[in-house]
Design a binder for this molecule. Structure first.
Ligand SMILES: Cc1cc2nc3c(=O)[nH]c(=O)nc-3n(C[C@H](O)[C@H](O)[C@H](O)COP(=O)(O)OP(=O)(O)OC[C@H]3O[C@@H](n4cnc5c(N)ncnc54)[C@H](O)[C@@H]3O)c2cc1C
Length: 228
């Protein structure tokens, strides 16, 4: 993946909290790998809309998918979109509410979304999105032709990308340091649970290893990498 290989552009330059800005491709890549959902923003005739979606990353592109009938997906085709991935790592409690904050890792991708229509490329992109959390595509039934046709897949190049990372305690004012108010960090972790089999399951299929191995795993696998 080559996000921000040309460095920040005018519109991906973090202006406030510049010390938290990250443009290093490997670090951006780690956050994209650790994220679970993307918030996709697009301007439509009815105004702006931001929707949560699954995503996948392959080489220098990020993929999202949705029903062909999905208004936002249709609107996003060939249009500028903004895709944001956010991981919250903790609540930062300061000595005054003004300095309360969160520890986080976030990535913002800006660019033009292109529909992937070529069947083999579209199938690969669907697999990439599907396998982002756990590689279960190969152990499931392949999508039907009708499902395939009803799904629109959009790709956005990872060329205009920024990340921002906060991984520290409260930043309070000197005047408050000897005062009576508590400050600190409350870490937030998300852990996958043990898989619960569909009660309507017939037969006795084996649970895929990719599913069983999720149990107990940090949902945001690279937590700690930035000292959070
Ligand atoms: C969980 C969480 C909670 C936050 N809560 C607040 C809040 O309550 N109030 C607040 O003002 N800010 C909050 N922020 C920070 C917010 O996302 C912006 O970074 C901040 O508002 C400063 O934006 P700016 O004016 O520098 O960026 P803008 O000028 O608005 O954006 C310029 C460019 O900077 C980059 N950029 C900006 N923010 C981010 C980011 N978070 N991640 C990656 N790239 C980014 C993008 O490429 C964007 O196009 C929060 C962030 C997170 C992750």
């Amino acid at each position: 993946m080559t996000p921000s290989s040309n460095g920040p552009t005018k519109r991906t330059t973090v202006r406030r909290g510049k010390n938290r800005a990250v443009y290093d491709a490997d670090k951006v890549s780690d956050i994209l790998a650790a994220g679970v959902i993307a918030h996709v923003g697009v301007t439509t005739e009815e105004g702006p809309i931001v929707l949560p979606m699954a995503y996948g990353v392959h080489d220098d592109e990020i993929f999202i998918h949705g029903a062909v009938a999905n208004a936002m997906m249709k609107a996003g085709r060939s249009l500028d979109v903004c895709i944001t991935i956010t991981i919250v790592d903790g609540l930062v409690v300061a000595r005054t509410p003004f300095h309360n904050s969160m520890n986080y890792r976030s990535v913002v991708v800006r660019g033009v979304a292109t529909a992937i229509d070529e069947p083999a490329e579209k199938m690969t992109a669907l697999k990439v999105i599907n396998d982002h959390i756990a590689p279960i595509w190969d152990t499931a039934r392949a999508p039907s032709e009708s499902d395939f046709k009803k799904t629109l897949v959009l790709a956005v190049p990872l060329t205009e990308v920024s990340a921002k990372v906060r991984g520290e305690g409260p930043v309070d004012e000197e005047i408050d340091m000897d005062g009576p108010h508590w400050a600190g960090v409350v870490p937030l972790t998300s852990t996958w649970g043990t898989a619960i089999e569909d009660p309507n399951q017939r037969g006795n299929p084996e649970t895929p290893a990719a599913v069983t191995s999720l149990a107990g795993q940090d949902a945001h696998r690279t937590t700690g990498r930035f000292g959070v």
